[in-house]
Ligand binder design. Structure first.
Ligand SMILES: [Zn+2]
Length: 66
């Protein structure tokens, strides 16, 4: 997991030393890449679950008519 300074966008793998940015000394540190990438993956898994459920319902309906 990489961390990024929110003030100067300095990026560091692992935690920043002393919990602050070594480049500008800011304490505003965020986790890089969190949000966009992970949220997209989570949305994809929700959509996958919805799609699978719909196909199961459809298959069940077809099965009921046979
Ligand atoms: Zn910084």
């Amino acid at each position: 997991m990489a961390y990024q300074c929110k003030d100067c966008s300095y990026t560091c793998k692992g935690t920043f030393p002393e919990g602050r940015c070594p480049a500008c000394g800011s304490y505003r540190i965020g986790i890089k890449g969190l949000g966009a990438k992970e949220e997209k993956a989570r949305k994809n898994s929700i959509w996958l679950a919805v799609t699978v459920s719909l196909w199961l319902i459809l298959a069940w309906l077809i099965y009921q008519k046979l």
